[in-house]
Design a protein around this ligand. Structure first.
Ligand code: URA
Length: 230
């Protein structure tokens, strides 16, 4: 996406594109996972993270392993306060092995920046780690088989807040078929972690009228994490 277009989208969302790039005051709660030595901690150690990554990369739990180029485990800070969970890798993600790297990903990066967050300080993943053929919606059994990986990522990261990015991720995480319009605008609870539902950036690229609501959702998330720190 070129810069002019990107700025147009952010402007339509009501986001001041000149906001500071300095991160908001989110203090790391826990030592970096790398710093944790095995044993003696109730937090899983770095070996668990590496083992999980290896397990995901070799996964054959569902038929998506036959069509993927590679798995997309997620990227960012494994000790992040913010965990963003999208739907599934698309073509670019499947090729590069990283989540949200296409046009929608660029908009997501800008949305994060507008919140004062860099991609490197949050962790971004998806409810499933392999691309469904032709980007179809993930099947229920694929989400179910992949869920253990997401739960282990959650247990290791222990985020302060989860952003469910888009309807499919929100419905899967909250185990509901409610429409996104009813899921957004409130703070949910996922195993004692606050969860805020936000519009998928791919949808925002297609739908100008929703962009202001999208910024409201991000502001709700920022307020929620601030309250949890006070
Ligand atoms: N859309 C998603 O939900 N996840 C990605 O990683 C890319 C696009």
């Amino acid at each position: 996406m070129d810069n002019t277009l990107r700025l147009k989208y952010l402007d339509a969302m009501g986001i001041d594109v000149w906001v500071s790039k300095a991160p908001i005051d989110v203090k790391p709660r826990l030592p970096a996972v790398d710093a944790i030595v095995d044993g003696g901690s109730d937090r899983p150690a770095i070996n668990d993270w590496n083992a999980l990554q290896t397990e995901v990369s070799n996964c054959t739990k569902c038929a998506l392993c036959e069509t993927r180029t590679q798995t997309v485990f997620g990227t960012g800070n494994k000790n992040a306060d913010w965990l963003l969970i999208g739907e599934a890798p698309g073509q670019h993600e499947d090729e590069q092995g990283k989540p949200f790297v296409g046009n929608a990903g660029q908009l997501l990066t800008e949305m994060l920046r507008a919140m004062g967050l860099a991609r490197e300080e949050v962790f971004i993943t998806n409810i499933i780690k392999c691309r469904p053929p032709r980007n179809r919606d993930p099947h229920v059994d694929e989400v179910g088989r992949c869920n253990g990986y997401l739960q282990r990522q959650l247990a290791i990261i222990q985020p302060k807040i989860i952003l469910a990015v888009g309807r499919i991720a929100a419905q899967a995480l909250l185990n509901t078929d409610m429409p996104l319009a009813r899921l957004r605008g409130k703070v949910h609870n996922l195993n004692n972690t606050p969860l805020v539902v936000v519009y998928h950036p791919a949808y925002l690229l297609r739908s100008l009228p929703e962009k202001r609501k999208a910024w409201q959702d991000l502001q709700l998330a920022m307020q929620t994490i601030k309250i949890s720190e006070d």
